[in-house]
Design a binder for this molecule. Structure first.
Ligand code: ARG
Length: 500
């Protein structure tokens, strides 16, 4: 399978091609019902309807990108998306970076509290741990009004889960998602508005035509009643999403163990098996996510091996025989940059800057991880090559083989066998490191578990299951590597162990 090669070529091509000007991408963070939330794998909600109407009006193909909320505005600023529609409040600060449409709803933020710790007024918030969704106006409220640091979470649902677990005293969030947190949870309640806000759609600065289209769509949808209808329909649908959520504490009539077991079963059903409106089950996030993890990890390992071999041969040939001075200098620079910067940052740079016009996030992840891992694999392989007795090279040459032939047929097989344990280590690290692809909104195993957690408000099963699946993946892989090691040892290339 030469997927990596195809991947490299495809990336190079799409870099040169037009920038997909005929599609219209909406950036959003889909844990915000009824404005945007997941129905199975699909993002739906009021914002999606509005943005889709804009795309239709402009005759452009419509796409939705689901990402963290604090990436939504940067996505339009960087040109990754054309519309940011994510229940975004109009603020003076944001106006400096993007242009806002006319508002389409008046709403506000509220305090979510545990009934056991009733909220009585703003004075009570001071000095308490307050959970917020990162990058939101709720975060600003804590920073600016309360002059303290909030506890930042990726979603307000997570903040609520943290409050239920006793990790913060209050949560501040927009009223609609806050209602969704409280629904079905008798322990929680909401305050009145502590600040009022208006939502609008954001576009990059200076896009007058696009902005005019958005404004017309909003005005028309309000006038003909579609906006109100979407609001009612999606509220009803998102309310249903939470039916069957586990009640936090039921009075204990049964024995503790039976009760615990019931709760686990309920939770298991809710997290993995309960069919949603469109018939899909949440477990599918994990299954698909696992597919993405395997695809990204293994393609990146192969790409990394290719890059690693090349760089290792160049570096060791240069060190021993003075060959390839220019390639050697390039390789050294590559090693320095890749090993000197964090993987997440490399992934984000690849996504937002280097391959910004590439659609496939899998491809972006494979390239970023492959190129990163290539640097580590190169050094491991170089150690392997240097460990081989120079006599082997001389013998190869004496037999009439060329330099590359000797390298490929005599030196590398022995080198690889010697460093297989170290390479295996690198593969395992890479496999687990791919769990950061959620940063570029790719749904892998880890992100799949995270989505389930954000929809069900249950933390144990999603995370523990994800951990178990990674463990199985790594153990299986280690076992395969062990087999390969034994196989190589027994194929006659090793005079010392050849007797087994
Ligand atoms: N209205 C708030 C803000 O603009 C929160 C929006 C969060 N939206 C979301 N889709 N998560 O900061």
């Amino acid at each position: 399978m030469n997927k990596p090669l195809v991947a490299v070529l495809a990336a190079a091509f799409s870099l040169c091609l037009a920038r997909g000007a005929d599609s219209l991408t909406m950036a959003t963070e889909a844990t915000f019902p009824p404005y945007e939330f997941l129905r199975g794998q699909e993002v739906v909600g009021i914002d999606v309807e509005l943005s889709r109407a804009v795309a239709q009006k402009l005759g452009r193909e419509f796409r939705v990108e689901n990402m963290d909320f604090d990436s939504v505005i940067p996505a339009v600023v960087s040109g990754k998306a054309q519309l940011a529609a994510s229940g975004i409040t109009i603020t003076e600060d944001r106006k400096k970076n993007v242009d806002f449409s006319i508002p389409y709803v008046k709403t506000g933020i509220v305090v979510v509290y545990r009934k056991a710790n009733p909220y009585k007024g703003a004075a009570q918030l001071k000095g308490e741990k307050i959970g917020v969704q990162s990058g939101t106006t709720s975060e600003n409220y804590v920073l600016e009004q309360l002059k303290q640091e909030p506890e930042r979470f990726k979603t307000s649902a997570e903040a609520c889960a943290a409050m239920l677990a006793g990790r913060c005293a209050f949560v501040i969030a927009d009223v609609d998602p806050a209602k969704n947190c409280v629904k079905g949870n008798d322990d929680l309640a909401l305050s009145d508005f502590i600040s009022s806000e208006e939502y609008a759609i954001a576009v990059a600065k200076g896009q007058a035509e696009l902005l005019a289209a958005v404004n017309e769509v909003i005005a028309a949808a309000r006038a003909d009643g579609r906006l109100a209808k979407w609001a009612a329909d999606y509220k009803a649908e998102s309310d249903k999403l939470k039916e069957g959520a586990p009640a936090v504490e039921k009075p204990a009539e049964k024995g503790a163990i039976a009760k615990f077991w019931d709760a686990v079963c309920d939770d298991f059903y809710l997290c993995f098996l309960k069919p949603s409106a469109d018939g899909s089950v949440r477990g599918a996030y994990l299954v698909r996510g696992l597919g993405v993890t395997i695809e990204v990890a293994f393609s990146a390992i192969v790409l990394g091996l290719l890059v690693g071999f090349l760089v290792a041969v160049v570096r060791s040939s240069h060190d021993k025989y003075g060959y390839f001075p220019v390639l050697n200098a390039l390789s050294k620079t590559y090693l320095t940059i890749v090993r000197g910067t964090p993987m997440v940052v490399q992934l984000l740079i690849t996504y937002y800057i280097i391959l910004r016009s590439v659609e496939s996030k899998e491809l972006i992840a494979i390239l970023a991880f492959g190129i990163n891992s290539g640097a580590y694999q190169a050094e491991i392989l170089r150690a392997g090559i240097t460990s081989i007795d120079p006599g082997q090279m001389e013998a190869g040459r004496a037999l009439g083989l060329g330099y590359w032939q000797t390298m490929l047929r005599i030196i590398l097989p022995q080198a690889v066998r010697n460093v297989l344990p170290a390479l295996g280590n690198e593969f395992i690290v890479l496999m687990k490191d791919t769990s950061i692809v959620g940063y570029i909104a790719l749904i892998d195993l880890a992100k799949g578990g995270d989505i389930i957690r954000s929809q069900t408000y249950s933390v144990y099963l999603p995370y523990l299951t994800v951990a178990a699946v990674y463990l199985v993946l790594v153990v299986t892989f280690t076992w395969l590597l062990g087999k390969l090691e034994r196989y190589l040892r027994n194929t006659g290339a090793d005079p010392v162990h050849n007797d087994s």
